[in-house]
Design a protein around this ligand. Structure first.
Ligand code: CMP
Length: 138
């Protein structure tokens, strides 16, 4: 099934200048970039985005990190894009991620893990419109 997924290139990858490498990898792996924007999230926006994790002990640290600098938010399109992007990202903890995955290549820790991706169709349906109106997805 052709589908869209939301990706975020997180503040750590942005700070380390890995934006271009990650975008090139998306293209190489056959994702079409349907929308993209550089944003500096407010703490409130980061909290709203990650609200499913609000009871977790890492919620405060995660949201502060996500609001600590610019990010790039993207809509990626491909056959089975959600699962394909999760595979390309690798495990949440870069230490456990497979070789050549984005988190193994560019992540430093479970928090500074370079990229985010929607984990299900349900989360994509929440996450994509969180950043992009339909009219900005090409
Ligand atoms: P992400 O895919 O953006 O979704 C939720 C994020 O929470 C996850 O990536 C991690 O960066 C972060 N996260 C998950 N588990 C932990 C943890 N135990 N400690 C700190 N951050 C975590």
């Amino acid at each position: 099934m052709q589908e869209n997924t939301l990706a975020i290139i997180k503040p750590d990858a942005f700070r380390k200048n890995h934006l271009g490498a990650i975008l090139a990898r998306y293209e190489k792996e056959g994702f079409r970039i349907r929308a993209g924007r550089i944003r500096w999230l407010s703490l409130r926006e980061a909290e709203g985005f990650y609200k499913v994790h609000r009871e977790r002990p890492f919620f405060g640290s995660l949201t502060q990190f996500m609001a600590s600098g610019p990010v790039m938010v993207l809509v990626l399109h491909k056959e089975n894009a959600i699962l394909e992007h999760r595979t390309l990202m690798g495990s949440t903890d870069p230490g456990n991620a497979d070789p050549n995955t984005l988190r193994k290549l560019y992540g430093a820790s479970i928090e500074e893990n370079a990229v985010h991706g929607s984990d299900s169709p349900e989360s994509a349906r929440f996450e994509i419109p969180y950043f992009f109106p339909e009219s900005e997805i090409y």
